[in-house]
Design a protein around this ligand. Structure first.
Ligand SMILES: Nc1ncnc2c1ncn2[C@@H]1O[C@H](COP(=O)(O)OP(=O)(O)OP(=O)(O)O)[C@@H](O)[C@H]1O
Ligand SMILES: [Mg+2]
Length: 289
């Protein structure tokens, strides 16, 4: 249990689900006790025409942590991620977020609950400036429409907050460039800023350092660390040095199933994990890389 200072929450015990009492928020002596688990899956399974891409995965992500989802190519990481963020419906299993069953919800609904997937680069508008991109996200977060070309005055009121977010991700000096002109690593920072504009409680990042040069990787690692304060992050990542540097807990997937779970030291020593990685980058080697 985590103690979170909160004046507004009323004493409340969450629904009983599958015989398990889920404590969502119980006031005690001025602080609210909330469940340690923020995201949980039970028997999560995805089949593509009989091929089992994700098989019976039980995930448990603790609130306020950075949780890594790793595994060799084709392990089912992205498929898992797509189910968690509602891009794909599971074949079987349940997903619970913050004590609620979100299995049947739509992506927009879970985003409103604070579970937000970092947008892919393609979702950044390349012809808008960096600042305009964040403004549009802020407007979207307030439920505004997409007709930003007509509502300049409305958008301007979001400028102050947009500039704050850009400062947070180190993009102040780039804010008047068009997003398309940004170097690759900075585009990921912009993508993270547009995600932060939605004020997520939990962020899901799919390979935030993919294809990056060394300097950019270090910058994104520092950025993820910074934005993780007061949030939960689930991270799919191939770069094991990044995983080692960031993740409190790591779930290793292989052929759709959970192979191991624990901190970096534990999973990188696990013989099954080492065997699964044979032929690719072994976690133990990366630890010294
Ligand atoms: N839409 C689909 N239809 C059929 N098979 C699919 C589909 N999407 C994924 N798969 C298969 O499911 C398995 C898991 O794929 P997934 O993309 O989730 O793996 P991954 O762990 O993200 O791999 P990578 O590290 O290469 O990104 C793979 O064998 C893949 O070919
Ligand atoms: Mg993938």
């Amino acid at each position: 249990m985590k103690r979170v200072a909160c004046r507004k929450a009323k004493p409340r015990i969450g629904k009983v689900q599958r015989g398990v009492a889920v404590l969502t928020a119980m006031k005690k002596g001025g602080v609210v006790l909330v469940s340690d688990t923020i995201l949980e899956t039970e028997g999560l399974t995805k089949e593509f025409r009989g091929f089992v891409a994700v098989s019976d995965v039980n995930l448990n992500v603790r609130r306020g942590t950075i949780h890594g989802l790793i595994g060799p190519n084709g392990a089912g990481k992205t498929t898992c991620f797509n189910m968690l963020t509602k891009f794909l419906p599971p074949t079987r299993g349940a997903i619970r977020y913050d004590g609620r069953d979100i299995t049947g919800m739509k992506a927009a609904e879970v985003a409103r609950l604070g579970l937000v997937r970092s947008f892919q680069i393609s979702a950044v508008f390349p012809h808008l400036t960096v600042l305009e991109n964040v403004r549009v996200s802020l407007q979207r977060a307030r439920g505004g429409s997409f007709d930003f070309w007509r509502s300049d005055s409305v958008l301007r009121k979001f400028d102050a907050r947009a500039e704050e977010l850009l400062a947070d991700v180190g993009l102040t000096e780039w804010m008047h460039l068009t997003a398309g002109e940004l170097p690759y690593g900075r585009k990921r920072a912009l993508e993270i800023a547009t995600t932060l504009a939605l004020d997520p409680v939990m962020m899901l990042l799919d390979e935030p350092t993919a294809g990056m040069a060394h300097d950019d990787v270090d910058r994104v690692v520092a950025l993820v660390k910074r934005v993780s304060v007061g949030r939960t992050i689930l991270l799919v990542e191939h770069n094991l040095r990044v995983v080692q540097g960031l993740c409190d807990t790591i779930t290793v997937l292989a052929r759709g199933s959970v192979l191991a779970e624990g901190d970096y030291a534990a999973v990188s020593r696990n013989p099954d994990v080492i065997a699964a990685y044979l032929g690719s980058e072994a976690p133990t080697e990366a630890a010294h890389g």
